[in-house]
Each structure stands twice: as C-alpha cells, then as structure tokens.
Design a protein around this ligand. Sequence first.
Ligand SMILES: Nc1ncnc2c1ncn2[C@@H]1O[C@H](COP(=O)(O)OP(=O)(O)OP(=O)(O)O)[C@@H](O)[C@H]1O
Length: 316
Amino acid sequence: MDTPPAVRARGITKYFGEVVALDGVDLDVAPGQLHGLVGPNGAGKTTLLGLLLGLAVADKGNLEILGTPVGRALAVPDGVAGFVDGPGLYPSMTARQNLSALAALRGDGAQQIDEYLEQVGLTDVADDRVRGFSLGMRQRLGLAAALLTKPRLLILDEPSNGLDPAGKKHVYGVLTKLAADGTAVILSSHRMDDVEALCSEVTILATGRVAFTGPISKLASEDSELDYRVLTSNPVVARRVARETAGVRLQETDNPQDDAELLIISAPVPALDEFVKALVRQDVAVRELAPVVSPLEAAFLTLTEQAALTEQQETD
Ligand SMILES: Nc1ncnc2c1ncn2[C@@H]1O[C@H](COP(=O)(O)OP(=O)(O)OP(=O)(O)O)[C@@H](O)[C@H]1O
C-alpha cells in the first residue's frame, strides 16, 4: 500500500475573533520531505503549525495528517511531534532527567537517551539543570525530546532561533537524517538562507494565504532578474562591459569606496552568462559573483508585497 501523505490540507481557515489568521490554506507535504514555512510577522505560520500539532482546530477546511482526518478534538495526532513557541521542558530537572521523564511517560525510548543527547550535541551538559540553559540549548533539548517519540511528522517553529553555528550544524544534520529515513519535517523560519540550505519545498504565507507552495527550484525562473555583487580584477573595464552587455543594468552603490571595487548589477541569468563571458574575453578575472539576496529571499519579498497589495485593494 502507498504511504499516505504526511500532510494534506485543503481550504484551512482559522479565525481569532475578527482576525482571519489562515484563509483557505492548502498544503501538501510528502513523507521524507523537508518543508519550509516562511512569511512575514503575523502571516499565520505559528497558527498553521499549531493546527498540525493538534493545539487548535481549524474553523473551516479539511486536514489529514499521516493519512488520518483530524477531528474536532484537541490532541496531538499519532506519529506527530514538535513544538511551537519553544519546547515544554521542566526547568528544575537536568537535560537527561527531562528525557527520562518523557521516556517513562511513553514507556519507550529510555535506552536511546544518550544517543539523542549526543545527536543534538548536548552530551557535555546532559546533567546540568535546564534552568541555566540558553535558548539554543533548550531548542536542541526540545528536538531530542521530539526524536524520542520517533515521529513520522516533525513540526518545528523557528528551530534555528538562538543556535550558534555548531548547534545549527547538529540540528540540521539531525533533520536531514530524519528526512532521509522517511520522516516529514515542517519548519518555520525567518532565515531564507536556512530554508534554502535545508528544505526542498517551501510554502510562503502572506496574511493567512498561500502566496507560493512547491519546490524552491521553481521559485527562481531563468527570466527573473536578480541583483548580483561582482568583484573583478579590473573594475573599470568590468563597469564598461556591464554597460555594453544587453540585459545587464549597472546599479550605483551607496558607498563611493565600494563603487570603485564592487559592482552591483541586475540581470536575468542569460544576460549574466553573457556578461561573464565578455569579462573573460577582456582578460578580466571574476573574483566574486553572488546574488545580493538569495532567489528565495527575492521571490519572498516580491510575493509578499504582491499579496499585501492585493489585500489592500480588496479592503479599499
Ligand atoms: N491566540 C490568538 N489570539 C488572537 N489573535 C491571534 C492569536 N494567535 C495568532 N493571532 C493572530 O493571527 C495572525 C497570525 O499569527 P501567527 O502567530 O500565526 O503568525 P506568524 O506568521 O507565526 O507570525 P510571527 O512570524 O510574528 O511569529 C496574527 O494577526 C495574530 O495577531
């Protein structure tokens, strides 16, 4: 039998009094998929994650989690783990005691506690009280607690909040491995670079509506124009080449010193290719070439601005 989708949501609507937090949201997440949920403040990300965790119920729409329709009762659906607004932990207990208490409640997982602590990089502080933990350490312990339940769908609200680079590496490694083993992971983030590094699919929410959902690779089309930073061995010639290449627009930078060395150009991918080839023909070496903002960030800004504009037109 085919494995059911981890999430299948259709027309999910959620009100808080007058506020429409979610407005007809559709979402599909396959098993083993790392799915990013992004959107400006107040877009409805936490509300949606809360519905998936069974912390609230939708006012309208259909929600199926791991193949089972979600009813009206508030309960964490079977096979789902995670947290919104930070993990629930006992501050007066140590990290290990927190996990032991959870394992005892579940009647399972006690044997793997050391392994989970190691996976999230908390072995050295396993016997320290959670009260003294930083936000990043709490996030990692929350993830270990979620792992202990062996979820098939993991929901995480801003999991990289407070994480230092080493913590991020641990957490991302854990999430990638979980997904490779078939667990679907849905995480919200304000960091587009994190989502790009980790997720294959993304849903962009703007004022409670889906502005885009699908593979990240579909967001950046060949024709969309991005801004690029360009450092070369000869900025004077590079600037002339930029002016002469069809489809390339040279931007003036705010910093006059930057202006001497650094070029900012706007171009779609085919024109960018022609620019680089022309530089090489002129014996100019390209030392750095990178988008000023990532394709996801650029698409995110455009889509959310459009959605806000549409909403304003509808209310006018
Ligand atoms: N318990 C609540 N009572 C009243 N309004 C709420 C409640 N929870 C959320 N809202 C409203 O619903 C909308 C969506 O909020 P939500 O927290 O889901 O957004 P978000 O995308 O997670 O935002 P952020 O990025 O700031 O965390 C907002 O307008 C918010 O004010």
